[in-house]
Design a protein around this ligand. Structure first.
Ligand code: NIG
Ligand code: FE
Length: 430
């Protein structure tokens, strides 16, 4: 059999292959849903393994003895007994923005809260001003540097939200920057329209009027733009709509209005909930059939239980409480123990968490949410892929999937989590 690339001498191949059906109890169908509950420890490890790649896809993965003789490969990569796993999928980022907010960091360390800074005209609206002022070209270049850093740390697919434009023209500019980076590659980007990220300065005190703008003008314009831009993405690529449901941003009724309208237009749904104040966004996300519900930090116990029994994936963003020096993290242990599906993401953004590195999220998840490394890796690969509607394409190493893999500088997968603050990815295959 002919191949473009043979990766051999893999000490530990972490396949994360073979997810069960979406609903618990629906039977062991392969690869159709995230790993939930106790299955999140299932890494599908093959020792002394090889992976065969052709035309950018995985042809076969498994024990080396069975595969190597059968293949004639144009190039080979000797993994040197190291650990190989699926490229990380980062399912929640605010990737396209301009500028930075380093000056606010002093204020935050001095005790000003995130929401106080936002109410005083800083925070998200400051980045909105910088992003509006940037040309598409400048926005794309600044964003490309972060995308390259993500790739260097092993992320091969990422979600990317708008939300620093907050008017029709600048939200579309952010969508175009995402599409421009998808064209450049190799990082794959799943776009999310987050026009309801904050109330822009010109609508201050008139949130409902801004919601009218989002529903009546921005959502249809973003959808129309996507009909053009989607030519830059693989076929059947998803696009999401998200809302920041929070005190000082959008309340439950406003969030529902936007998401209902988005669903009618054709978007898939996500929701930022319970980052600071528990407004009841988790039941809303579950009721609307959102693909994921994200942050879930101050979520009441009964909402965690509700989420665990639903098809909505809980996305934990431990870099955010860490970045804000908060003590409370997503109750991901409880969500998993009740049979839920958890994904991990960076939340990469200029306010709460400027970190491109999913390895650090794994280290935080182990320490502050008590996930074992196996669970954190599942959360950062296959479950993260499902959290952006790409679980049939990326997130595991099995025949037919996209050939997105990383070779660690380690022979044991638990070095992820255990060791931190340095890049342990030796090679990225994309
Ligand atoms: O997920 N919560 C809202 N959005 C981001 C922060 C964005 C910013 O501060 O620029 C978050 O934490
Ligand atoms: Fe976020």
């Amino acid at each position: 059999m002919h191949a473009d690339l043979l990766i051999h001498n893999i000490g530990q191949l972490i396949t994360v292959a073979g997810g069960p059906a979406m609903r618990r109890g629906a039977g062991p169908l392969r690869g159709v849903g995230p790993l939930r509950g106790p299955l999140m420890r299932q890494l599908g490890i093959v020792e002394q393994a090889a992976v065969i790649i052709r035309d950018g896809a995985i042809l076969a993965a498994g024990p080396q003895a069975k595969l190597v003789d059968a293949v004639d490969a144009t190039s080979t990569l000797d993994a040197g007994g190291r650990c190989v796993l699926p490229g990380f999928v980062d399912p929640h980022t605010h990737l396209p923005w301009a500028g930075h907010r380093a000056h606010e960091f002093d204020l935050r360390i001095g005790g000003a809260t995130y929401m106080e800074i936002m109410a005083a005209g800083g925070g998200i609206v400051r980045t909105v001003a910088d992003t509006r002022a940037a040309s598409l070209e400048q926005l794309t270049r600044e964003t490309a540097e972060r995308a390259a850093r993500m790739l260097a740390h092993g992320t091969t697919t990422a979600e990317a939200k708008t939300g620093y434009g907050l008017n029709v023209a600048d939200e579309l500019k952010q969508l175009r920057a995402i599409a421009a980076l998808q064209r450049e590659g190799p990082l794959d980007l799943a776009p999310t329209f987050l026009g309801a990220h904050a109330v822009p300065a010109e609508y201050r005190g008139r949130t409902d009027a801004y919601v009218d703008l989002v529903v009546e003008e921005m959502l249809p314009a973003a959808w129309a733009e996507w009909q053009v831009l989607k030519a830059d993405f693989p076929p059947r690529w998803p696009i999401f709509c998200d809302v920041f449901c929070e005190d000082g941003a959008f309340d439950l009724a406003q969030s529902e209005r936007i998401l209902q309208a988005a669903r009618t237009v054709g978007f898939r749904l996500k929701l930022h909930v319970d980052e600071f104040a528990p407004l009841g966004g988790t039941p809303l996300a579950v009721r609307l059939g959102a693909t994921s519900v994200d942050h879930i930090v101050t979520t009441p116990a009964e909402h965690v239980t509700l989420l665990a029994g639903s098809d909505t994936i809980g996305v934990a963003l431990p870099g955010t409480p860490f970045g804000l020096a908060h003590r409370d993290y997503t109750p991901a242990r409880s969500l998993i123990d009740q049979g839920g599906a958890v994904a991990l993401a960076t939340d990469l953004n200029p306010g709460t968490c400027w970190c491109e590195n999913m390895q650090f999220m794994i280290a935080l998840a182990c320490r502050y949410m008590k996930l074992v490394p196996a669970e954190a890796i599942v959360a950062a690969t296959i479950n993260a892929a499902h959290a952006i509607g790409l679980g049939d394409r990326v997130g595991s190493i099995e025949g037919g999937k996209q050939a997105d893999l990383i070779v660690l500088d380690a022979d044991d997968y638990r070095m992820l989590g255990y060791r931190f603050g340095t890049n342990q990815v030796r090679t990225v295959v994309k």
